[in-house]
Design a protein around this ligand. Structure first.
Ligand code: GLN
Length: 190
């Protein structure tokens, strides 16, 4: 049975959280900023926002959230954006760091280096931003590539887990096609 108004929880420890609200609401879904296990249990799906993955990891450890997040992630759709995609990977390099292993991909932090600290590009005719973005350097055969940029996968999916190395939420044309894709997936998943 599909759920017409799913609740999308955006992990609100650090990073670009609030910017997702207008996109989620434009998809006809409900936005909730989440940071406690009680919140995590309430939502139908998660967005792990962009920001700084090391800071997010520190806060997850400090507030003892790892186990409750891992449990919820195993049951529900998750979309990780930039730093969030790093948290989802099975392997993180440069440097190595802990991650939830939700997608069989290897991801290199700050992979575009300094010359490409930030840039705007069109994906599906929609302007998105790369901000000190990681690069997906290895990808398991079962992972579907939804979009590439510069010959590299930048938006990937396996089942109900999605990662994008770019930010669509800075664009004020609501909703972004990526939010629409995710909310449709959450509706189908219900
Ligand atoms: N460079 C950041 C990290 O490694 C990610 C940047 C972003 O989320 N825009 O966590």
């Amino acid at each position: 049975m599909s759920n017409p108004k799913p609740i999308i929880g955006v992990l609100a420890l650090q990073g670009a959280v609030e910017l997702h609200k207008a996109h989620i609401e434009a998809c006809g879904a409900e936005y909730l900023a989440v940071k406690t296990p009680a919140h995590f249990a309430q939502v139908d799906a998660f967005i792990l926002p962009g920001g700084e993955s090391t800071t997010m990891l520190k806060l997850i450890e400090r507030f003892n959230l790892w186990d409750s997040l891992a449990k919820e992630f195993s049951k529900k759709p998750v979309w990780g954006i930039c730093a969030g995609s790093i948290l989802m990977a099975s392997k993180v390099i440069s440097p190595a760091q802990k991650a939830f292993g939700l997608l069989p991909i290897t991801i290199e932090r700050n992979g575009y280096g300094r010359q490409l600290e930030s840039c705007h590009v069109q994906i599906l005719g929609y302007e998105v931003s790369f901000i000190r973005a990681p690069i997906i350097t290895e990808i398991s055969d079962d992972v579907e590539i939804l979009s590439q940029y510069d010959n590299k996968p930048v938006w990937v999916q396996l089942g109900n887990k999605i990662a994008s190395t770019f930010h669509p939420e800075l664009n004020k044309q609501y909703p972004s096609p990526m939010h629409k894709y995710f909310v449709d997936l959450v509706r189908e998943n219900a």
